[in-house]
Design a protein around this ligand. Structure first.
Ligand code: ZN
Length: 316
């Protein structure tokens, strides 16, 4: 958002929310203070707008500027990853369809979910596909995904996008700001480390297998020589909030967890972790059982203190 838009959007926000301009500016400043000034005035304004449930009608936003809860989202992006259309049975027993893909622009990328059969038809007919630039209007942000319903518009765009950002987006965030579906990186302390849980996977497809009377059965590959895997649940805390986290097999190594089969040694390794501060990278998922967000860890890194100090000095 160009800076000269600030006043214009502030006015629009005041009108839409019924709040005084001064009050909105106070909220913006409070938000910036809370984020230690690391966010621009414009960035804070967008967060406040999202919190107030106000959209930026007709405002074409960059993907990086999209925020959870935004309504009437307009955006242009290039399809970089198209998944096969899925069918499902609705509660009424009808057949429903859903399509998913990622779009990217020069700032970021985001998942898009289509629910309307006319929109999905464009994909099925091959008119819209990977590499095409599309324009989305009147969509809404659910968590960190753009969702299109029958009132949304979905069409090919004439815009030419050059280099788009296709790498997975990982945002450096405090735990209190985590949102479901987001890729995040966060510096936090391990405050609890639970006992490992073991399960078996199919060596062909890496999916969980069930144990039957004749051994392990993969839903797709039948009887297989399953491989044993472990996961450990943690509680992480960064001072803003705590969250349950899960590290699987490979991600356990950087933690120094090596003695999965020896309960006594493992207990020592787990205890050594308590109070340790590290960098955790992963995705936020909703744990359907507990209905809580959960941090699925892909990578865990030691803190490089020299680098940290250098970065802090740069910010001053
Ligand atoms: Zn399998």
């Amino acid at each position: 958002m160009p800076v000269d838009n600030y006043e214009r959007i502030l006015e629009k926000l005041a009108k839409a929310s019924g709040l005084e301009k001064e009050e909105i500016e106070r909220k913006i400043e409070a938000k910036r203070a809370k984020l230690s000034g690391l966010i621009s005035k414009e960035g804070a304004m967008q967060i406040i707008a999202a919190e107030l449930g106000i959209n930026f009608d007709d405002e074409k936003l960059k993907i990086e500027e999209l925020l959870p809860g935004m309504r009437k989202v307009n955006v242009v992006g290039k399809i970089i990853n198209l998944f096969p259309v899925r069918t499902f049975t609705t509660k009424k027993g009808d057949e429903g369809k859903v399509a998913n893909f990622f779009i990217a622009d020069e700032t970021s990328n985001v998942k898009v979910v289509l629910w309307d059969t006319n929109h999905i038809g464009l994909i099925e007919k091959g008119e819209v596909g990977e590499g095409k630039v599309i324009e989305i209007s009147n969509a809404s942000m659910r968590d960190n995904e753009i969702h299109l319903g029958s009132f949304s518009e979905f069409k090919l765009s004439d815009e030419v996008l050059g280099d788009v950002k296709t790498e997975k987006v990982v945002k450096e965030k405090e735990i209190i700001d985590f949102r479901v579906q987001e890729g995040v990186s966060s510096r936090a302390f391990i405050v609890q480390a639970f006992e490992p849980r073991f399960f078996h996977i199919c060596p062909e497809c890496n999916k969980k297998v069930v144990s039957g009377t004749e051994g392990f059965i993969c839903a797709e590959h039948g009887k297989v020589a399953a491989e044993k895997r472990a996961l450990i649940n943690f509680v992480l805390d960064d001072g803003t909030e705590s969250i349950r986290a899960v590290a699987f097999h490979e991600a356990l190594k950087p933690l120094g967890i090596t003695e999965l089969e020896d309960p006594e040694k493992l207990l020592n390794q787990r205890e050594d972790l308590l109070g340790k501060e590290m960098i955790f990278v992963g995705n936020i998922r909703l744990n359907k059982f507990f209905n809580n967000p959960e941090f699925i860890l892909d990578d865990i890194q030691e803190i490089n203190h020299d680098e940290l100090i250098a970065n802090l000095e740069k910010k001053e």
